[in-house]
Design a protein around this ligand. Structure first.
Ligand SMILES: [Zn+2]
Ligand SMILES: [Zn+2]
Ligand SMILES: [Zn+2]
Length: 295
């Protein structure tokens, strides 16, 4: 087997572990919400995490997965005759081949501690801790630009559906996602998870929640009477920039926001044509101003 096929084996097992863990975590939570019921899902995700660390090593060279590289032949490796390296060794080796995981170090150590306590000291595990280990795997994929989820988009898509309402995971993800939000951008509250993580200035058609990955048609925000900022929602006049009707949500006092073209306009109407976004000084819209100056 070559590195590529080993990588594939690792990925398939990682995905299987995650799929089982999610199903188990959800069903256990319904049957018995004690913290002891989350030990198995946690451990399964932790193994998936470990496996992915080894997959990253294997991408470099198969022997890095072994506890003693250089002491195992390729034939022995392919037949499973080897001891694999420890979690700490894997992290250290990844650092040595230029994969810097220092930003994840603190959470990785915490997850490792939870694992040890659950295995050796019969400690229970909370849904929050299960969420944390799942999220650290998501972060690992992101930081290392691994194609684990992209290569198996259909399977990850199903998982994403299943975990959409996993409150603890959303909370954990939010702590991360909010650091990346830009002050100059406009974010709407997600109509599914409720977090303000839907970037308005995003893509041509749809909007995506960067937290739960729900997708929306811009019209859904108009239809539901979404109210952004102070004041009541008003369907409002046609947008003076793109001409779409009923596309304005209240954005602030005297300000209209178009959900479609994302332009911001004033509520002042033009004395000449009745269009919104007129200049309060002259009482005219930009079109009329140009017409008059042109005359
Ligand atoms: Zn959401
Ligand atoms: Zn518009
Ligand atoms: Zn006008």
């Amino acid at each position: 087997m070559n590195e590529r096929s080993h990588t594939k084996m690792f990925d398939l097992r990682t995905l299987e572990l995650l799929e089982h863990a999610i199903k188990l975590s959800i069903s256990q939570n319904k049957l018995d919400d004690s913290e002891g019921s989350q030990v198995l899902p946690f451990l399964a995700i932790f193994i998936a995490l470990e496996l992915h660390l080894k997959r990253l090593l294997c991408d470099e060279h198969w022997s890095l997965v072994c506890s003693k590289p250089g002491k195992v032949s390729k034939i022995q490796f392919d037949s499973g005759e080897f001891r694999s390296c420890s979690f700490d060794d894997a992290l250290e080796r990844l650092g040595a081949i230029g994969i810097d995981l220092s930003t994840l170090e603190k959470v990785l150590t915490r997850c490792q501690k939870t694992r040890n306590r659950a295995i050796h000291f019969h400690h229970s595990v909370s849904r929050m801790q299960v969420a944390e280990v799942f999220h650290i795997l998501e972060r690992l994929v992101e930081v290392t630009r691994s194609d684990l989820f992209d290569a198996y988009d259909d399977r990850y898509g199903v998982m994403r559906e299943q975990i959409r309402e996993w409150d603890e995971l959303l909370k954990t993800r939010w702590a991360q996602v909010k650091k990346g939000l830009l002050a100059q951008e406009i974010y709407f509250d997600c109509l599914v998870c409720g977090y303000p993580a839907v970037l308005l200035h995003d893509g041509e058609d749809g909007l995506t929640c960067s937290l739960c990955y729900s997708q929306f048609d811009r019209a859904e925000y108009v239809d539901c009477g979404y109210n952004y900022g102070p004041g009541d929602y008003d369907p409002g006049p046609d947008c003076p920039h793109c001409g779409r009707s009923a596309c304005l949500a209240n954005y602030g006092e005297g300000v209209l926001l178009c959900v479609y073209c994302t332009s911001v306009s004033g509520t002042e109407t033009c004395d000449r044509c009745g269009e919104v976004d007129a200049d309060p000084e002259t009482g005219l819209c930009s079109g009329c101003l140009e017409d008059l100056i042109g005359d």
